[in-house]
Design a protein around this ligand. Structure first.
Ligand SMILES: C[S@@+](CC[C@H](N)C(=O)[O-])C[C@H]1O[C@@H](n2cnc3c(N)ncnc32)[C@H](O)[C@@H]1O
Length: 252
């Protein structure tokens, strides 16, 4: 049986190598190895003015910033912030009165994000090291939890949703892009940690995903706009249908 720590190690190794080498990330499609991934996911207007060092390290599967509908002054938390693309986009929208925290467990990713922050001279973004299953963030302190292609990588998704619920203020909202499936992966596929780290076999059935969010306390849960994830992650024969979806919810 796979240990949770083993999954964290393999995932961290993969994203550490990507941050250090800035080469391919999402497997054979090579979708994430240059700014073309960002160009696929976000409106050009949104990306305008972002340095290539930021867009070139876009490893997501959607645009949680637009899903979030951010307002000036809001406090935002990005789970698995990577090179920081969504944090920098959110920081523009919440403005000087707002604040954005990115949490990531991979030191090399945090180093890239902090280097980008310094280069851009951004002051309302902070990157913290930590696991999204045990967030280094105070209770009831966040207006919006966003995340881009990360929760599928977490071995204990219920813990992630419970933590998101804990840190959100009452009335706070979730705006996530993530990989979900229709049907579950076989045990053999789940045991393939390389594919897990490629954002494939850690993904769970959409109904189970919703059930875990509900168990954590969320309401108004919506998993919409499911798009085949074939161009984003490497899908192989024998797998269930794999989608990139927009996930929203509210902490009552
Ligand atoms: C696919 S990348 C996405 C990065 C970023 N959200 C983006 O859109 O470019 C996944 C990121 O999540 C981080 N990560 C994965 N599992 C994590 C966990 N359990 N706790 C904290 N960070 C995690 C990895 O280190 C990596 O930086």
């Amino acid at each position: 049986m796979i240990q949770l720590t083993e999954i964290h190690e393999v995932v961290q190794e993969r994203y550490g190598a990507i941050a250090e080498n800035r080469t391919s990330c999402c497997g054979p499609t090579g979708c994430c190895d240059d700014a073309s991934n960002a160009a696929q996911l976000y409106d050009a207007e949104l990306l305008a003015g972002l340095p290539a060092d930021v867009t070139g390290l876009s490893l997501g599967c959607g645009d949680p910033v637009t899903i979030a509908g951010l307002r000036p002054g809001e406090r935002v938390l990005d789970l698995g912030s990577g090179g920081g693309i969504d944090c920098f986009l959110a920081a523009r929208q919440v403005g000087a009165d707002g604040y954005v925290i990115g949490v990531d467990m991979t030191p090399a990713m945090l180093a890239q994000a902090n280097a980008n922050k310094a280069r851009m001279g951004v002051t309302n973004v902070e990157f913290r090291q930590g696991q999204i299953e045990a967030l280094p963030v105070e209770d009831n302190s966040i207006d919006v939890v966003m995340s881009n292609c990360v929760i599928n990588l977490a071995p204990d998704k219920l813990a992630v949703f419970r933590e998101a619920f804990r840190v959100l203020k009452p009335g706070g909202r979730v705006a996530v892009s993530d990989i979900v499936t229709e049907g579950e992966f076989s045990d053999a596929l789940r045991a393939d940690l390389a594919q897990w780290a490629e954002c494939v076999t850690g993904a769970i059935d959409v109904e189970a995903y919703i059930a875990q969010m509900r168990a954590a306390g969320f309401t108004n849960i919506s998993v919409a706009d499911k798009r085949s994830a074939e161009e984003i992650v490497p899908i192989r024969p024998g797998m269930p249908r794999v989608y990139s979806a927009r996930v929203t919810a509210i902490k009552p």
